[in-house]
Design a protein around this ligand. Structure first.
Ligand code: SAH
Length: 205
């Protein structure tokens, strides 16, 4: 998996590659699919959701440019795999998952791996998590029609937000927003497919 990320997908951040070598992805995948945990694909998890393809996890993480002082907000924790990767690179991760059962299971897995700098709560992540704002980095692992306004507001000046945005629920483009003194700068990083971001500032159910 790591060689493919490096050679085929041109992931260059060695810290991201090292952490993805260390975090046991099979631990976050349903038992029946464990043999496929390190393959080049997303996999189903419970609640009709998915654990993102390794490439997408690596690319989004790389785009966040984290260091060991970063305070990170994650929306769409799902299995908790991306949360674990973020937690190994950053100071503190606040993760939100809409589906209560997924949030509980993800938090339990994170604890089993002795990761203590990540908290996962169940609520609508399109509202952000005001109590811990502002954030150095925000990652959204579900695709919405627009960038939720609260996420822009909760981003630090100098911070980065990575989110898939698309005018339909089926396909998106990966967007990175960097907040500067002057405002927000937006870049595109290719086509992608995520499950829908459902909430007040996302798709309605
Ligand atoms: N990074 C996760 C991806 C999970 S799929 C992993 O690798 O396992 C995206 C997740 O976003 C789903 O679990 C879905 O329930 C969640 N989601 C969708 N809309 C949301 C919202 N408004 N707030 C929080 N989570 C949301």
């Amino acid at each position: 998996m790591i060689e493919r990320l490096r050679a085929h997908y041109s992931i260059r951040d060695e810290r991201v590659l090292r952490v993805m070598r260390e975090v046991p992805r099979h631990f976050f995948v349903p038992e029946a699919l464990r043999e496929r945990a390190y393959g080049d694909h997303a996999l189903p998890i419970s609640g009709n959701q998915t654990i993102s393809q390794p490439y997408i996890v690596a690319r989004m993480t790389e785009l966040l440019e984290l260091d060991d002082r970063s305070r990170v907000l994650e929306i769409g924790a799902g299995s908790g795999y991306q949360t674990a990767v973020l937690a190994r690179l950053a100071a503190q991760v606040y993760a939100i998952e809409r589906i209560g059962e997924l949030a509980r299971d993800a938090q339990a897995r994170i604890r089993e791996l002795n990761i203590y700098n990540a908290t996962i709560k169940a609520f609508d992540g399109t509202l952000g998590w005001e109590a811990h704002a502002p954030y150095d980095a925000i990652l959204t692992a579900a695709g919405g029609p627009d960038i939720p306004q609260p996420l822009l507001a909760q981003l630090k000046i100098g911070g980065r937000l990575v989110i898939p945005i698309g005018s339909s629920r089926e396909a998106q483009r990966l967007i990175r927003v960097c907040r500067t003194e002057a405002g927000y700068e937006q870049e595109e990083h290719g086509a992608c497919v995520f499950v829908p971001l459902i909430g007040r500032y996302g798709w309605q159910t």
